[in-house]
Ligand binder design. Structure first.
Ligand code: 5GP
Ligand code: MN
Length: 334
């Protein structure tokens, strides 16, 4: 860590143009990490461009700096140019360039110094400085430690703290998941000291459904939820028609995958959502059941042991068949 921190410290001494990118369909940790880093880098005098590879949910409109976040999907020409001219590129909350699709090919080709900060399994070796550690529950937790190691604790103002806290809270299920360590609580405490109100974040993250979205969740639980393997596996297949019926917007599926765990005995929950040309998959599991491994092996994905994502190019019904055929493997040796 010491060597990398001093390399990063040296890199940041000269004001420059810095591009910060996260994964497609950014979640709380992705938003929180890119926005807090952008605000932090501006204090050095750097110019920052903050990019999501895809269009993104409006649900985080309340995060400080969110108005600066640009979508590569909506503004390719301009942002390809920004990738070309950036002197440094930060990659946050993902660890392979293929994960970020088209913008990844431009980043691979750019001459910029690349810095990765991430907490997922199996990092690729594409960056000049790689901060990759699965002990961190959130990229935001890692960033907090990096800001402190750089000796800049006092730069963590209320806006930066709110972004960091949001990532930390969302990636730990508001301090409920088994990645909630003593360091998570220490960092959360420090961020509260810096001015964050936990009740504000809780309210903004959880109580922001449109009526239609809540009814959609109810519809999925009523009509789409299947429970198999003696009650240990629960999954939902959501079609494009379902999404159209409830006028779903980007990010509206966030959180749905966790609901089946309300049923006692469920150990794995999976959500399949049909998109154009592919089915997006979210996996969640309990304890030692490794959905990262499963997603990587069968569904071109990855993530963490207990929370991973992936995709299938088959039709939604063929995806279901294929998944069910493989699903027994999840419960072997447990
Ligand atoms: P979610 O199910 O919420 O989309 O993602 C759960 C976790 O898996 C997140 O940490 C996310 O970054 C990761 N993840 C989601 N989709 C993919 C994917 O296609 N590839 C990889 N490597 N990780 C993914
Ligand atoms: Mn994360």
């Amino acid at each position: 860590m010491k060597k990398k921190i001093s390399a990063l410290g040296n890199l940041l001494e000269t004001p420059q143009h810095i591009l910060i990118v996260t994964h497609p369909n950014p979640d709380g940790d992705a938003f929180g990490s890119v926005l807090s880093l952008s605000l932090f880098l501006q204090k050095y005098g750097h110019q920052t461009t903050v990019v999501s590879p895809s269009n993104f949910t409006k649900n985080f409109y309340w995060l400080p700096g969110i108005e600066t976040l640009e979508s590569f999907e909506s503004n390719k020409e301009k942002l390809i140019e920004k990738v070309k001219t950036a002197e440094t590129i930060f990659c946050l909350d993902f660890n392979t360039l293929t994960r970020i699709e088209e913008i990844g090919t431009h980043i691979a080709a750019s001459k910029a110094v690349k810095v990765m900060i991430d907490h997922h399994q199996m990092p690729e070796n594409f960056a000049d400085i790689t901060f990759s550690d699965t002990k961190y529950a959130a990229t935001c937790e890692y960033l907090y430690d990096i800001f402190c190691e750089l000796g800049k604790n006092e730069w963590i103002d209320k806006d930066i703290a709110l972004n960091l806290y949001t990532g930390l809270a969302t990636d730990t299920g508001f301090f409920n998941f088994n990645n909630t360590t003593d360091n998570v609580h220490k960092v959360a405490g420090a961020l509260i000291t810096a001015g964050v109100s936990p009740d504000f974040v809780q309210d903004k993250v959880f109580n922001i459904f449109r009526e239609e979205r809540l009814r959609y969740f109810g519809y999925c639980l009523q009509n789409r939820l299947k429970v198999v393997h003696h009650g240990k596996l629960a999954y939902m297949m959501v079609t494009k028609e379902d999404a159209a019926k409830f006028h779903l917007q980007a990010g509206d599926n966030e959180g749905l995958v966790n609901f089946p765990f309300k049923i006692e005995g469920v150990e794995v929950a999976v959500l399949f959502t049909e998109e154009t040309g592919k089915v997006k998959i979210s996996f969640r599991s309990k304890g030692k059941i490794d959905v990262n491994d499963f997603a990587r092996k069968y569904f071109e994905g990855g993530g963490h042991i207990n929370a991973a994502g992936g995709k299938s190019k088959l039709s939604i019904s063929d995806t279901e068949m294929s998944f069910l055929n493989k699903s027994k493997e999840l419960f072997e040796n447990h």
